[in-house]
Design a protein around this ligand. Sequence first.
Ligand code: IMP
Ligand code: ZN
Length: 336
Amino acid sequence: MNEFCKNLPKIELHAHLNGSLSSQTLKKLGCFDESIEEYHRLNKVMERSSRTLDECFLLFKVAHNATRTKEAVYTATKDVIEEFFNDNAIYLELRTTPRSEECMTMEEYVETVVKAIQDNKLNIIVKLLLSIDRRYQLPASDNVMNLIIKMKNKYPDIIKGVDLSGNPNVGIFNSELFKKAKESGLSLSLHCGEVKNDKEVEEMLFLNPDRIGHATCIHPKYEGSEELWNLYCQKLIPAECCLTSNVVCGTSKSYANHHILEWIKNDLPFTISTDDKGVFNTTLSTEYELLQRHFDLNDSDLWKINYNSIDYSFAESSEKDKLRDIMLEWKTKYMK
Ligand code: IMP
Ligand code: ZN
């Protein structure tokens, strides 16, 4: 491990709670040994040179099976925060899809995640985005959005935004639903262009979300189009780039051929994220190491990417000031 990438204070803006569960946490949650075997079987599937996005999505079911009680959801959230802290993240935006289970309502699920964040005593600022799964259709999607708005009004210091995620090969993007979220004061981060879908990408960009996830199929060299790329370059919405996730799922051919190259070359706004550190067996430090290795960036570039990410975060402005101070102080101490 590159010591610089490990020690650098880092900003994580795109981490799905259940996809971030480490195998240690899954084991600790116990009584799901069969699921863990299934998890490793599927991990082997993912080591093959050809695997589909749908196969990647099977892994989430294993994590969901392990977090069917409030106690498990609390432990999972606490562990993920601790693991990011141990990897020197100073700011973490976790996102999760409100989910009901036999012994837990959707509201209780959200309350439990919030409680674990409130109880965090580590030196890392944690915020929460609530996700709408693309599979949801009206009226279910509207009911979930109403719950998200209600929870945001109850915990405005913690719940900062809404995310659209889920298997990009299914479901639709309902722009009206996300307009409502915006009007309620929630920030928006949309998984955008993970697979080719020009019409949807255009609709998303027109909505002016605060950030977009992946942004894979926008540039014409990466299955997007000139029109979409021009539109993106007018909007300049920060992209959350998840190198390992894209390479493992096969939406990017390789690290060296990742679309982030266009963002680096053209000095466009982006941040580096893990997406699902458990499912993709990565860490935020590893993602920076890969970035440095494949795109010839120096230490100062990596520091700047994190410093810029503070601007793209959904933290309060006083919190952003605090994060900037930490980064500047670290730079003075450890970088020439
Ligand atoms: P959860 O929302 O905490 O349950 O985290 C797992 C969920 O995040 C998955 O079931 C997906 O809906 C979503 N997710 C994780 N990674 C991706 C991705 O790369 N694309 C789209 N959705 C994702
Ligand atoms: Zn994601």
